[in-house]
Structures are given as structure tokens and as C-alpha cells.
Design a protein around this ligand. Structure first.
Ligand SMILES: *[C@@H]1O[C@H](CO)[C@@H](O)[C@H](O)[C@H]1NC(C)=O
Ligand SMILES: *[C@@H]1O[C@H](CO)[C@@H](O)[C@H](O)[C@H]1NC(C)=O
Ligand SMILES: *[C@@H]1O[C@H](CO)[C@@H](O)[C@H](O)[C@H]1NC(C)=O
Ligand SMILES: *[C@@H]1O[C@H](CO)[C@@H](O)[C@H](O)[C@H]1NC(C)=O
Ligand SMILES: *[C@@H]1O[C@H](CO)[C@@H](O)[C@H](O)[C@H]1NC(C)=O
Ligand SMILES: *[C@@H]1O[C@H](CO)[C@@H](O)[C@H](O)[C@H]1NC(C)=O
Ligand SMILES: [Zn+2]
Length: 899
């Protein structure tokens, strides 16, 4: 991959040497010499009777200017378009050149289209470049694509077909030749031609519809604000609108009309909240229209096209009894807030290049959480934020980590784009912005954001533009070198841990810092240092609300010292985990913290810090800095913990440990779990309760899913009784957990019936997963899994069997080994089997399993062919995992046995 890119650059260099006036194209990027200002775009879906809607015709007239004299060509992007006509008009609208299609130059790799000119462009004069072309409607989510929707119950009748677009990041070029980079902002006017029976919506207001005869119509839309190509969108469907499509509406299939009320109301509230929060209201941004449209089986959650946001159907359509649990509703609220936040962060103020994706996604994620929390406080997203932060901590502590801001040149090819849209730009971006907000104070932060949004409205920015506004509003005290602070967390990878030691007289604490890594031998740079905001509370002053730093840990200093007038018992750093670092307390402090947490009201230590301490301890143990016994001893505290977020952190750590425990060791682990969860489980039980808060519902789901999995007797008994006594369906967000637990006891037959009766496909698959939790794995495997015609059912069925019954993994592996080739033939190819076994091997914990696995690989080596390499390296990993467990978990296992 890399090699071919270098090759291309060389090639471009040779070409540019030959064409003296054309030193403009570098690699995949466009020169800044020519700027478009307006696209007049017509797309006509062809309604070919034999093959409806698989092609389209397009015409685009691009108004552009050159800022450079002597330019003898225009270069822009296109992909898979068949251009039949290319004309250039001068500033007076006269035809200046008719360029034959054969004269156009195109590079398949860079997707650059070059139009050669006979006369150089006059500087700063408007030209119009016109193309006539045809293109293909895609079936994948690329450019313009279609989705077929089949009638429920009658799979041969197509109920609907919808056409829609997805252009982010670089796919507008599938639909029209364009300057397909976010910094080339322009206005767009769209004319969408479609057969009768359909209607079209786009970014802006529908101005008029013209009848072209032969049952064909063209919808003409208003001019858009100045915006980037990746935000252009349209949809051709027979959707029904809730609301007014010239103002605000939710569009869905007509049969879903009644199920869009929830999302409609959420959207309305969210827009109002952002209008209050930001200095420019949504409409003042330049577009009166805001539409949400639902996309069935959309492989993207949501896309923030200006004025026409696409959302996956599950999110926008609330099916009563199916997708209206709290988990679903929280997700709907958050994603609606997320995409609407993009109208400001992304659409109005746009990143200058994709290497700064966090400027879009970090802000959208942060405001998604802030605004949803403001409107729907019952979800406690302020507390849940640390779950996001703790998740990205894992990725950011590995060699594969990358800085938030990368260099522009590092993001050019398709695979480089894909990496960007991983969780990094979102979760780390939001976590770092939250850290700045906490450190400077919410009011100062809001002021900076307001001036940033105003100054850069309809423009493009890079991180330094943001930093300028933050600096202007940053408090003078305590002192900090802001440029360094900003770059430490955006241009450097990773994050620090602060090591806290207390003096014997307990009147002084000494802080050191070190980069936190999962594995200090993985090639990462362990010497990186950071500017760290230090906030703290002690038993003497146990207030946690003031997030203004006491000081900043200067990265050039070795230590920071904090002195106290009187001795302190404990200290907590990084209040509410508002900053991006871990904290390692020395033993005396940790002992005192354990005591403090066991007191009434956890000595006022807030949920976020309780979760942080647990998450940090597990990770320090994982990295070998402390022993797991210390962690498990500390976790005895959970006996009086009832909150969801600390339990979430605890389970995340516990699962990681339990994955390395042998079936023989698991019962002791189960006993420990039983012990620390007794209070919270007695409170929650397996049954929902009218007093439940949302957090209780989430916590019950967590507890029941884990306790029953580790064979907690009380959990299994309660599930059995409740399942047998009560035929009512549990709420949708608890259903899989409860049915999975029930399938382990006596519920299998009835869940199988529910599965057979169910017609909703998502629900049916959920029931299949629940069914596969049965402990009678052999019967389920022989009767159901093996015979299923659906590949996903087969692989998910097996995965559920051992993941949900970790004590049974050895016999399950033996069973699979018996007829692995037959199984593979059934799946269609051996690759699926390799993927399944590779995943399963991550759960192997004994020499016996490793040997079984080695035998299986050996005996079927011919069958696996070259894919065997994947399994061979999986076997190496299994051996490393066994070694890791021997080193890191021996003390813990002795401790759990003795307990
Ligand atoms: C856009 O193009 C259409 C023809 O495709 C033309 O009728 C219309 O006048 C053009 N609009 C503008 C603003 O140039
Ligand atoms: C060029 O076109 C743009 C947009 O179509 C317009 O705003 C601008 O005034 C034009 N400039 C000149 C010099 O005609
Ligand atoms: C939608 O709700 C209305 C009013 O409650 C009802 O009359 C109508 O039948 C419902 N439509 C569908 C498709 O369920
Ligand atoms: C990962 O390790 C390699 C050396 O093994 C090193 O060159 C590279 O810079 C490391 N990457 C990060 C992000 O630390
Ligand atoms: C400080 O605390 C850490 C973590 O417990 C410990 O490893 C280290 O030895 C302590 N340093 C001193 C000087 O006590
Ligand atoms: C499944 O459908 C059958 C036939 O309609 C019905 O008798 C049975 O009660 C259903 N089973 C369950 C568990 O709902
Ligand atoms: Zn986003």
C-alpha cells in the first residue's frame, strides 16, 4: 500500500516537471489555485422499466475562479462517472472551449480529473465549467445508492425502494465532478429528477416541481449556504413526513409514521437547546430546513448533511415493545443531539482537512452528552461520560495509538480515512475538550466557543484557530503554558499517570508523572511527559465541584508537592475524572481511601471518582505495577456500592481477569462476586421495579448478565422463578440478558417458541443469541446451530455458547473439533471457521485447551490451507496468555481460594 503511494508521488513529480504551468497537483490533493463558488447540479434517476433506478444522468455547472495567472488546466475529482460533454464558459457566459471527452485526463488512483485548456484562465474572473455525464446507483453506502424494502410477511413483494446519498468523506465525486475537499466550500443548487410516485428532499427548501412528461418530475431546491461537498445530500422515496418539510420534519416509511413521535419531539427540544447555547441559531446559520430521514439497515448511525440528517431506522423509529427501552431512548437522544451539534461543528465551521476530524467529532460527542444531559438528566450522562473516557484510555495506552491531530499529508488514501473514523476522534476528542472546559471553567469555555463559532461561520479551521479563542478566555491563574498544554494532548500520543506519595507526617504529598502504557515493552515511547491540571480533594476539604486546577504539573519539572497545615488521611486527584490521566496512590493513601469509601455516603466521594479508582487499579494491575490481590481487596468496598458507573468500571476489569481464569478457578471467582454483589443484588433483584431509576435498570442488566453467567445460585434461581411465574416480556433493554439467563435454567423450550413465532428480524436474532446461552450446548448445537441456514446464526450461536458459559469452554471446543470440516462446509468456506476459532482462542485458559486447539490445527492443516497462519499465531497468543496468567494471576488465585 505505502509503496504504491510513494510511486504515485514520484509519477506526479515527473508530470509536473513537464508541464511548467501546472505545478499544482500534489498526490491526492487539489491545488488552492482554483476555487469553486457555485454548483448548479441536476441529477435524474433513470427509470428504466427493465432495471428501475440503477443509473442516473447528471449535469453540473461549476462557477469557479483562478487566483493564479497562466493556469492551463483545471483539476478536480470524480469517480466512476462517464463524462460525455465538457464545456467552459467565460465570465460573459460565452462558450470559450468545448473539450472533447477524450482530451480529459484521469488518474484512477488519485481520482483526479484534469481538464486541459487552450487559453490560460484570467485571474479572478468567473468561469463556468459544465459537465454532462452518467453514473451508477450503488448498492453499498457510497455516493448515490438505493435500498430496497420488502413487505413484511411477503418477501417477494417489494414495498419500497429509496435512493439516497452518503458523501462523507470523499464520495460526492461518485455523483458529480467536484472539488471534493472540505476546504472548497461553495453554494449548491440541486434539481432532482424522479419518476412519479416518488418525492425528493434535499438540504434546502423545495422551491417548485416541474412536470417533464412521461410520468417524470423534477424537484427544484433552494440554494444552500456556503458549505463543503461532503454535506450535500438528497433522498428520493415515498416517505411520509411528520411535521412540515419546509421547516422541521421527520421522514419515514408511511407504516412507521406513528412511531416517529418520540424522535420528532427530541429533535425539537435539542434544536431549541442549541439555539439557546450557541450565538447563532440554527436558522441563522443559513438554512431554514431541518429534516431527519430514516434509513433501513443503514450501516452508519447518522450522517449530518446540512438540513437533511440521515439516521438508521432503529434510532428514528421507536417500535413499541421492541426499541423503546431506556437504552434505545438514550441512544436516540444522544445521536439526535450529536448530528444536530454538527450543524455548528462541521457544517458551519468546518475542519480544514480530515486530519483534524476531532474538531468535528470531538465537539459533536461532547455537546451530544452535555445537551442530552441538560434535557434528560435521568440518564446521568455527566457520570456516564467517564465510561467513554475509560474506554478510550485502553486504546490510547497501546502502540497502535495515534495523536488526535495528524499531519495533513498523513491522511490521503482510503485506508487512512477509515482509521480516522475509529472511536479515537470521538472519545479522545471529547475527553480532551472536556478537560479544557473543566480547567478554564464552563463560562470561559462557552465564551471561547461562541467567539470561535462566530468568527469562523461558513469557514474552515484548524486546531490553532480553536486554541486562539480558548487562550483569549483562559484565566490568568494558575499559570500554565497553554501552547504546550494543548499540544501535549493533541499532537502527542497517549496520556500520563500521576503517582501520589504521602510523607510520614501526612502533611505533604509528592506527585510524579509517567506515561501510562499497557505494556512497557511494546515499542511505545514511555518517556513522553504532559502538562497536567492538578485538582484534588482531601478528607479535610472534601468538596469535588471546583474543577479549577490548584496548579498545573509542568512537564519540565520532576515533581509537584502539595503541603497541608494539618495531617490528612486521604487525597483524591483528578476530581470527577475531569482530566485525561490516571492516578496511582501509594499504599497508605489507598488504605485510607478504602476506609473512606466504606463510610456513610462514601465520604462524599462522587461516582466518577469511585469509578476512576476502580478502573485505574485494574489497569495498573494489568500493566504489572500493582498486584491483582490489592485490587480485589480494595473492591471489597463494592459491598456498599449501588451506583451503575462504578459497577460498570468494576465489571469491565473483572471480565478482563475472568477471561484468563481456568474453569477450575472460576468457582472461586464466582464466590468472590457473590460476596461483593450481595447488597446491590438484593436491592435490584432480577425483576424490574416501579421505583427503578434509569441507572438501576442499567445496573440490573449488568449484574444479572454477569452473576448468572458465573453461576451465581441466587441469580439463576430468581431468574427461573420469575421466568416461570411471569409470562410478560421484560423491557426491550433487559430482554436479551433475562432470556439468556432463563435459557440457562428451564426456559429454553419457551424461548425457542418465542424465537419461532417472532417475525421482527432484529428481535429474532436477539432471541437466537439468548437461546444459545443454554447449558445443554450439545443438543442446541446438534438441533439448531448446525442446521441453521444463516451463517450469522451459526457463528453467533457458537460464540454465545462459550462466552455465556465460560466454565464449559473445554467440552464445547472438543465438540467443535469432532466435525470441523463438516461445519466449515456448512458455512460455505473455511475462512468463517478460522475467524470463529481465532475469536474463541482468546478465551482459552488451560494447557488442555491449548493442546486441543493445536491438535485441531494440525489435523485439519490441509483443509485450512494458507489461512492456517491465522490459527498458528492464535496458538502463539494462547501460549502467551497462559504465561501472562501464570505470572500475574497466581497470587490472586491463591487469595480467592483462601478467602
Ligand atoms: C441551473 O441549470 C439549469 C439547467 O440545468 C438552468 O435551467 C438554471 O437556470 C440554472 N440555474 C442557475 C442559477 O444557473
Ligand atoms: C462570481 O460568482 C459568484 C457566485 O456565483 C458571485 O458571488 C460573484 O459575485 C461572481 N464574481 C464576479 C466577479 O462576477
Ligand atoms: C396512527 O395513529 C392514528 C391515531 O392514533 C391511528 O388512527 C392510525 O390508524 C395509526 N396508523 C397506523 C399505520 O398505525
Ligand atoms: C510503536 O513501536 C515502534 C517500534 O516497535 C515505534 O517505532 C513506534 O513509534 C511506536 N508507535 C507509537 C505510537 O508509539
Ligand atoms: C510512591 O508510591 C508508589 C506507588 O505505590 C510506590 O511504588 C513508590 O515506591 C512510592 N515512592 C516512595 C518514595 O515512597
Ligand atoms: C407461538 O405461537 C403459537 C401459535 O400462534 C401460540 O400458540 C404460542 O403460545 C406462541 N408461543 C409463545 C411462547 O408465545
Ligand atoms: Zn459525528
Amino acid at each position: 500500500m505505502k509503496g504504491s503511494i510513494v510511486g504515485l508521488w514520484l509519477l506526479t513529480a515527473v508530470i509536473t516537471l513537464n508541464l511548467i504551468a501546472n505545478l499544482e497537483v500534489v498526490g491526492y490533493r487539489l491545488s488552492r489555485y482554483i476555487r469553486p463558488s457555485f454548483y448548479n447540479l441536476s441529477i435524474n434517476i433513470q427509470d428504466d422499466a427493465s432495471n428501475p433506478g440503477t443509473t442516473f444522468n447528471g449535469e453540473v455547472a461549476i462557477t469557479l475562479q483562478s487566483n493564479q495567472s497562466n493556469l492551463l488546466e483545471i483539476t478536480l475529482h470524480k469517480k466512476l462517472l462517464n463524462i460525455t460533454r465538457c464545456l467552459l464558459y467565460n465570465k460573459d457566459g460565452r462558450l470559450q472551449q468545448d473539450i472533447a471527452a477524450s482530451q480529459l485526463r484521469y488518474d484512477n488512483e488519485t481520482e483526479l480529473l484534469t481538464v486541459p485548456l487552450l487559453q490560460p484562465l484570467i485571474v479572478n474572473a468567473n468561469y463556468t465549467l459544465y459537465f454532462k455525464y452518467s453514473g451508477k446507483v450503488q448498492s453499498d453506502t457510497l455516493g448515490l445508492f438505493s435500498k430496497e424494502i420488502w413487505n413484511a410477511g411477503n418477501s417477494s413483494a417489494r414495498a419500497h425502494k429509496v435512493f439516497l446519498t452518503q458523501f462523507e468523506s470523499i464520495d460526492a465525486r461518485f455523483v458529480f465532478p467536484c472539488f471534493d475537499e472540505p476546504a472548497f466550500k461553495a453554494k449548491f443548487q440541486l434539481h432532482i429528477g424522479r419518476p412519479s410516485g416518488y418525492n425528493a428532499v434535499s438540504n434546502t427548501r423545495l422551491m417548485e416541481t416541474t412536470n417533464e412528461g412521461k410520468n417524470y418530475f423534477v424537484d427544484h431546491f433552494d440554494v444552500t449556504p456556503i458549505m463543503s461537498t461532503y454535506l450535500v445530500a438528497f433522498l428520493i422515496s415515498n416517505y411520509q413526513a411528520r411535521g412540515n418539510i419546509s421547516d422541521y420534519a421527520v421522514l419515514s416509511l408511511p407504516e412507521h409514521y406513528n412511531k416517529t413521535e418520540f424522535s420528532y419531539n427530541v429533535g425539537k427540544r435539542v434544536v431549541a437547546a442549541f439555539n439557546e447555547l450557541f450565538p447563532i441559531s440554527y436558522k441563522q446559520l443559513g438554512n431554514d430546513v431541518l429534516l431527519f430521514a430514516s434509513v433501513p439497515s443503514f450501516d452508519i448511525v447518522g450522517m449530518e448533511n446540512w438540513g437533511l440528517i440521515f439516521y438508521s431506522e432503529e434510532l428514528l423509529v421507536q417500535k413499541p415493545g421492541y426499541t423503546d427501552g431506556f437504552v434505545h431512548k438514550e441512544f436516540t437522544c444522544r445521536m439526535i443531539a450529536h448530528e444536530i451539534a454538527h450543524m455548528w461543528f462541521g457544517n458551519s465551521v468546518t475542519l480544514s482537512w480530515w486530519s483534524h476530524l476531532w474538531l468535528n467529532e470531538g465537539f459533536a460527542r461532547l455537546y451530544e452528552i452535555l445537551v442530552t444531559h441538560q434535557l434528560y438528566p435521568e440518564y446521568h450522562l455527566d457520570q456516564q461520560f467517564v465510561i467513554h473516557l475509560q474506554t478510550i484510555f485502553d486504546e490510547d495506552a497501546m502502540n497502535s495509538s495515534h495523536p488526535l491531530s495528524s499531519s495533513e499529508s498523513s491522511i490521503q488514501t482510503e485506508s487512512e480515512f477509515e482509521e480516522l473514523f475509529g472511536s479515537f476522534s470521538y472519545e479522545k476528542g471529547a475527553s480532551i475538550i472536556r478537560m479544557w472546559r473543566s480547567a478554564m471553567g464552563a463560562v470561559n469555555f462557552d465564551n471561547s466557543i461562541n467567539s470561535y463559532l462566530k468568527q469562523h461561520h461558513l469557514k474552515n479551521t484548524s486546531p490553532s484557530d480553536l486554541f486562539a479563542h480558548l487562550k483569549q478566555n483562559w484565566p490568568a491563574q494558575p499559570e500554565v503554558v497553554l501552547d504546550t498544554f494543548f499540544s501535549d494532548f493533541t499532537e502527542q500520543v497517549g496520556y500520563p499517570m500521576v503517582i501520589v506519595n504521602i510523607t510520614q507526617n501526612q502533611q505533604r504529598v509528592i506527585l510524579h508523572q509517567k506515561r501510562f502504557l499497557n505494556d512497557y515493552e511494546d515499542g511505545s515511547d514511555a518517556t513522553l511527559r504532559y502538562t497536567i491540571p492538578i485538582t484534588f480533594a482531601t478528607n479535610v476539604k472534601n468538596t469535588f465541584d471546583n474543577l479549577t486546577p490548584y496548579t498545573y504539573f509542568d512537564k519540565n519539572k520532576t515533581t509537584v508537592e502539595i503541603s497541608f497545615k494539618e495531617p490528612i488521611e486521604w487525597i483524591i486527584l483528578n476530581l470527577k475524572q475531569s482530566s485525561y490521566y490516571r492516578v496511582l496512590y501509594d499504599k497508605p493513601i489507598l488504605a485510607q481511601l478504602k476506609l473512606a469509601l466504606s463510610k456513610n455516603g462514601h465520604s462524599s466521594i462522587p461516582v466518577e471518582n469511585r469509578a476512576q479508582i476502580i478502573d485505574d487499579l485494574f489497569n495498573f494491575a494489568h500493566a504489572g505495577m500493582i498486584d491483582y490481590v490489592d485490587v480485589f481487596e480494595f473492591l471489597e468496598n463494592l459491598k456498599n456500592e449501588f451506583d451503575y458507573v462504578p459497577w460498570y468500571a468494576a465489571y469491565k476489569g473483572l471480565i478482563r481477569v475472568s477471561q484468563r481464569l481456568t474453569p477450575q478457578q472460576l468457582p472461586y471467582f464466582g464466590k468472590y462476586l457473590n460476596n461483593i454483589t450481595s447488597a446491590v443484588f438484593a436491592k435490584l433483584t432480577v425483576k424490574s421495579n416501579s421505583d427503578d431509576t434509569v441507572m438501576d435498570v442499567y445496573n440490573r442488566q449488568l449484574q444479572v448478565s454477569l452473576l448468572c453467567r458465573y453461576q451465581n445460585t441466587e441469580c439463576n434461581n430468581q431468574v427461573k422463578l420469575h421466568f416461570e411465574a411471569d409470562l410478560e416480556k421484560p423491557s426491550p433493554d433487559y430482554r436479551e440478558t433475562f432470556y439468556c439467563a432463563a435459557a440457562r435454567t428451564t426456559g429454553y423450550a419457551r424461548i425457542l417458541e418465542l424465537y419461532t413465532n417472532e417475525s421482527d428480524l432484529e428481535e429474532k436474532h436477539m432471541l437466537w443469541r439468548a437461546l444459545s446461552c443454554t447449558r445443554d450446548y450439545r443438543a442446541h448445537y446438534n438441533n439448531m446451530v448446525f442446521n441453521s441456514k444463516i451463517v450469522e446464526n451459526k457463528t453467533d450461536g457458537v460464540t454465545q455458547m462459550y462466552e455465556e458459559n465460560p466454565d464449559l469452554i473445554t467440552p464445547i471446543l472438543s465438540m467443535l473439533a469432532e466435525n470441523i470440516t463438516k461445519w466449515s462446509n456448512f458455512l460455505g468456506d473455511s475462512w468463517e471457521t478460522v475467524v470463529m476459532l481465532n475469536k474463541m482462542s482468546e478465551s482459552f485458559t488451560t494447557v488442555e485447551q491449548a493442546n486441543l486447539f493445536a491438535e485441531l490445527i494440525d489435523e485439519n492443516s490441509e483443509f485450512f490451507g494458507t489461512d492456517i497462519e491465522v490459527l498458528e499465531s492464535a496458538l502463539e497468543r494462547v501460549k502467551m496468555n497462559l504465561e501472562w496468567a501464570k505470572q500475574r494471576l497466581s497470587n490472586l488465585n491463591n487469595y480467592l481460594r483462601r478467602r
